[in-house]
Design a protein around this ligand. Sequence first.
Ligand SMILES: Cc1cc2nc3c(=O)[nH]c(=O)nc-3n(C[C@H](O)[C@H](O)[C@H](O)COP(=O)(O)OP(=O)(O)OC[C@H]3O[C@@H](n4cnc5c(N)ncnc54)[C@H](O)[C@@H]3O)c2cc1C
Length: 476
Amino acid sequence: MSEPPAAGRLVVVGGGPSGLAAAWKASAEADRAGASLEIVVLEADDQVGGKARTEQAGGYLMETGPQGFLDDQPVLREMIAACGLKDEVLAPEPAANRRYIFRGGRLRELSRNPAAFVRSGLLGPLGLARLAMEPLVPARRTRADRTGRTDSMSSGSAADEDESLFDFAARRMGRQAARRLISPVVLGIFAGEARKLSAAAAFPRLVAMEEAYGSLFKAMRAGRKRGAPPPGHRTFLQGIQSLSRAAVAQTGIEVRCNRRVTAIERRGRGFTVTSSDRDLTADAVVVAADLPAAADLVKGVSAAAADELRQIESPPMAVVHTAFDSEATAHVEPAYGFLVARGEGIRMLGCQYETATFRERSPDGTFLTRSMFGGGVDPEAAGLDDDELIDLTRRELRRTAGIDAAPIYTSVARWPHAIPQYAPGHPQRVARIEAALEPIEGFHLAGNALHGIGLSRAIAVGAGCGERAARRVSTE
Ligand SMILES: Cc1cc2nc3c(=O)[nH]c(=O)nc-3n(C[C@H](O)[C@H](O)[C@H](O)COP(=O)(O)OP(=O)(O)OC[C@H]3O[C@@H](n4cnc5c(N)ncnc54)[C@H](O)[C@@H]3O)c2cc1C
């Protein structure tokens, strides 16, 4: 049985950050235009938040997905204000500026201070010399530069122009820096391999820096001269899930949980959305489900776009929280944590020192850590059972951080499809997906599959979809 259509109805599939941003922005846009728009969010899970999930137990506050977000999107700030969370935004402790890489059997500080960086031994003399030459390395010429053409076909977007992140880093900074610095850093963001990620899609800022200044160092120097601080890392006092919860509570968005959408089909100028509940008709749809569910749902409107989405891998991850008595971690230098270079015989991708970063996360006298496993580099690790993962975490924290004690609290979370991997050729794939979906009026694809895997980008993309959907429905 179909629910009767309202004057204008937008159905959002997925109550994660991106879907809720879409619903919030659509509602604000309809209010602004004085239009009547019914907005329904269908969420498969029993709660909102998607991977931005906060768990509290034993006095600990644990983030099982994102630990924080980058404060780089004006629309995210707008959403935070609309949700009444401005005063809840939390910045990390100053100690969290310190980060380490485990390489050559010990933790080495990734320092911004040149003398300390040289002393860290992260790079050898040849690697350092090559890194220092970065400003002299000519910028890469795209096909457009070579041919002098500026049309979209020649703007450096052909598949052969899309460099892997590793190749980009090796070309600019040298192979040693690509292997010893960039590859581990990428583990902390994509949980993926630098050789299997597109530089342009995964780190568009780096590519833009080269394009604008001809050199990463020159671009950084120019940024410092302009006094432009890099965007900060932030979270909320009550955890990252606060934003999704507040979006629902403060803006009155209608969310129906435990409703898994199984199909979306075109119907006249609108859509029929089939879920584990009854069917809904909609004038516009925003799909903000994560991969691979998004691909299955897009299939109903464009088989070509769905096929392309299916090619984007999102391997599994496990997140292990372990808390220790702080006496057992007294020797641990307060820091954000560390990443582990591959080839060290360690499966952990990295470990965040939660207590040192956001002191509110654990009771006094304890030290909470969060270790990551799996991802594109070692998907099998995410399949180990809980006891094996906790055991592995203990062994590897002993080898890396020298934490020898038994944990006083443990918890394991898993994501079967954690973080989309933007492979070389991703920009071209995005263009094909968007070209296939563009003619389907009222259909919008949000989420983090295409335009940035981070929370702030997923929110910006979702808000953009919500705004466009509301405009279309309100002007009909
Ligand atoms: C371990 C880990 C660590 C991360 N760390 C960071 C970090 O530190 N900083 C950062 O910025 N980002 C981080 N991320 C990425 C961040 O989680 C994503 O950017 C963000 O969750 C994307 O939001 P979303 O709404 O697009 O998708 P999701 O959060 O995945 O939400 C999708 C929602 O859709 C629902 N859904 C799926 N299928 C259906 C269906 N058929 N019907 C109805 N509902 C459906 C799901 O249940 C879910 O609620 C991390 C991710 C992981 C896994």
